[in-house]
Ligand binder design. Structure first.
Ligand code: GLN
Length: 495
């Protein structure tokens, strides 16, 4: 079989495997070859070819015996935030370099149980803090897409794939994995999906277990899938989600077969357009796509309604208080004693200081300092407590909106992918990437990003849907209609 196997969708690959057109081993080989070919993208931080082939072989043997999981034989990339037993897990940080967890995260264990095959660990912003993948200790990741320019002659600059799940996005977009795990604390699944023309789902908080995922901001972190179609994400989510007593915030609800939600029927569904998301100075291309998305749904029989989420303007500042506060507490465990890096010092305190100064990158240190500040006596009430109150008000906005609509449609990001240096040195500018996505994390609601089209430069743009808690099925259903209406068939040149 040819190397083109890596160009299939998960659903297509499952079909080919079932028909014995190729084996899981051949599928893994095709991906390992693509990974080797596109190492310049720096998407993988660890490649696990031996493991991939052994897992694929075991999958083929299971299939021969009639034991077929929902992802039987499917080659997957794993974000380096998920603990994988015996395989280096660093969260993109120097402080965890060389750390080989003695256990497997629940989400990845679920994927292996479903028959998934691990290709390796993919790059990410350090501790999932960032929107460009440039904060990774292992260097930035290339986006396989390039600006084409209006005349087909773009500037050919290397663009970022978004972040923090930049490696997941790039690996999927460049056909180096059929799907990837990712995590989303403020937008890290949906923003990179939008930047790379892929689909990403951030499930409801509590849908996927956080056990064994390196913590960033525990009340916001959620794992989810990235893949090249809504159906593929639905398949992956069904395998990743579970109730897990090891995560006290995991929810004991049955996991539906999300692919069944792909009915193509949105007649009578009420779709909300939040007026506060129409930002001043919004790019006309994004605005146009948003309008187009609403028109597609209307044509398919949905009802479009304006809704108001009046506290939207406080979402970013609220997020950038709560996320650093929780991060500063979570990251206290990296003390040079228990995991990874240790830089010797003259005293215990000196060792802590030297280890943390050397082990954490600039953005992580900035977040720890902001977090420590907003939690300190005297500022706790003024910042942290106020942010928590705003979080409640933002949640009430959504409660009210969902009385009148079934799903909310917004753009995924305020821009298409950018190059290093185009605002990437300015933290505030980077934080603005999350303007449309953070609200869903603050209130725990599920969101999906689906490619909607290309901008004038030939770069992908995404549309976001936000749904009711534990109603990922509506996101899949409506996302499927957007996907077919957009008929997004473009591919990054050369992949
Ligand atoms: N870009 C956001 C941040 O830097 C979100 C990151 C994420 O979702 N992990 O915090």
């Amino acid at each position: 079989m040819s190397a083109e196997l890596n160009g299939l969708t998960i659903a297509g690959a499952l079909d080919g495997l079932a028909k014995k057109e190729f084996s899981a081993v051949e599928l893994a080989h095709a991906h390992l070859k693509a990974m080797e070919k596109h190492r310049d993208l720096n998407a993988y931080v660890v490649e696990t070819p031996d493991k991939a082939l052994a897992m694929a072989k075991a999958s083929d043997e299971r299939r021969a015996k009639g034991q077929v999981g929902t992802l039987e034989g499917i080659s997957l990339a794993i974000k380096d935030l998920f603990c994988t037993e015996g395989v280096q897990t660093t969260a993109g940080s120097k402080i965890l370099k060389g750390f080989k967890p003695p256990y497997e995260s629940t989400v990845t264990a679920n994927l292996w149980k479903a028959g998934g095959v691990m290709l390796g660990k993919v790059n990410m912003d350090e501790f999932a803090m960032g929107s460009s993948n440039l904060t990774s200790h292992f260097g930035g990741v290339g986006n396989p897409w390039r600006r084409q320019g209006k005349d087909g002659r773009g500037d050919n600059k290397r663009l970022v794939p978004g972040g923090s799940s930049g490696g997941s996005a790039s690996a999927v977009a460049a056909r180096m994995a059929l799907g990837a795990t990712a995590t989303d604390t403020g937008g890290s699944i949906r923003q990179p999906a939008a930047f790379t023309g892929t689909v990403g789902i951030k499930p409801t908080y509590g849908r996927c277990s956080r056990w064994g995922i390196v913590a960033f901001a525990s009340s916001l972190d959620q794992a989810g899938p990235m893949a090249r179609s809504v159906k593929d994400c639905a398949l992956m989510l069904g395998a990743m989600a579970s109730y897990d007593p090891k995560d006290s915030t995991s929810v004991d609800l049955p996991v539906p077969d999300y692919t069944k939600a792909l009915t193509g029927d949105v007649r009578g569904l009420r779709v909300g357009i939040p007026k506060e998301y129409r930002l001043d100075g919004m790019s006309p291309e994004i605005e146009k796509l948003w309008h187009e998305g609403a028109e597609w749904l209307k044509k398919a029989g949905a009802e479009i309604k304006e809704v108001s989420l009046p506290h939207t303007k406080y979402a970013l500042p609220t997020y950038y208080i709560i996320a650093p506060a929780e991060a500063s507490s979570n990251l206290a465990r990296y003390d040079g004693v228990r995991f990874g890096l240790r830089v010797p010092g003259e005293s215990l305190d000196d060792m802590y200081e030297k280890t943390r100064a050397d082990g954490f990158g600039k953005e992580v240190r900035r977040r720890i300092m902001i977090g420590t500040y907003v939690l300190s006596a005297g500022y706790y009430d003024a910042y942290y407590l106020k942010a928590q109150r705003l979080r409640t008000l933002i949640a009430r906005d959504f409660d009210r909106a969902f009385k009148n609509v079934d799903v909310i449609l917004t753009p995924s990001t305020p821009s298409a992918a950018f190059a290093e240096g185009e605002g990437t040195d300015d933290p505030i500018q980077m934080y603005l990437n999350d303007v449309f996505t953070v609200t869903a994390n603050l209130v725990g609601l599920p969101g999906i990003s689906v490619p909607g089209g290309l901008d004038g430069q030939g770069l992908p743009l995404g549309l976001q849907l936000i749904g009711r808690a534990f109603d990922e099925e509506t996101l899949v259903r409506v996302g499927g209609v957007i996907e077919s209406s957009a008929n997004f068939t473009a591919k990054p040149a050369g992949y």
